[in-house]
Design a protein around this ligand. Sequence first.
Ligand code: SAM
Length: 316
Amino acid sequence: MIDNYGRKINYLRVSVTERCNLNCTYCGADCEKGARELTSEQIEKIVRIFASFGIDKVRLTGGEPLVRDDICDIAERISRIDGIKKLAITTNGIYLDRYASELKKAGVTAVNISLDTTDRELFRQITGYDGLQKVMNGIEECEKVGLSPIRLNSVLIRGQNEQSAESLINIARDRNIDVRFIELMPFSDAGEDEKLVIRGEEILERFPFLRPVKAEGTDFEKSVARYYEGDGFRGRIGLITPVSDKFCSECNRIRLLSDGSIKPCLGNDEVFDLTDVLDNEELLRERIRTAILSKPMEHGFSCGYGHSHGLNKIGG
Ligand code: SAM
């Protein structure tokens, strides 16, 4: 489906819960409390309609998607829907060693794992949990069962974990894993202080051996990340720069939140509640179509959007 600004919307991010088993300092408050959550049947029903509108790629996210006991059931239901060509998941990795194999069987192919440091104590300080080893085990399990691509997503914050950039980059040097640095966005007060944001350009200045990967004809062409590589690297380094260089004109995504609403843009307040029309296929289709067509031209971070919600609520 083409939106009002000529963008082809083919990528749906499905947040299955607001709950999270970590409590990252810069993310969102109150990760234990969750609002109402759609059931796996309701998620399937909604994604089926999205697929009929041209969505062919789905990413499961949260909150932390792996805190839902029925996450593999959700994955299986989505991967069986006609038109869905790719199913991926974004997770903090704490439960991945337990779930990687089952997720693969359920039709998940690609996995993004959030990891801001390889230092055990710093990991504990950022997330509130001494879980670095669990995440590392989870990454290994993904490699073992053949989930691909495996990407690590890192948010660098000045004065907190900027020194972790090098060891994270070394993971991409040594393993077939992409490491992507995401600029800190102004959610939930975090990132409000622009001085804390480590911009993509700074990373390139600090690691001058990184050179752009030619994107034409590859999967990376459509990515929001710009990719770089170093001599002998097995994986790539990605820079995702929503703050310093917005990519709204390329945005092909839309979000289904766990409470049953659609959020057309990460950086805009408007949501479309679906819960009152879940039992009426025709109205549900109409509401979804309206939501897609309401996607704004660009996000509003610079206009003060975002400060009141954490990404756990919005669906990161
Ligand atoms: N629990 C899953 C995970 O950890 O990947 C999915 C949800 S989490 C909110 C998704 C991503 O959002 C994580 O990589 C996290 O680092 C990122 N994130 C959270 N708050 C952010 C912020 N203020 N700016 C940029 N990224 C943020």
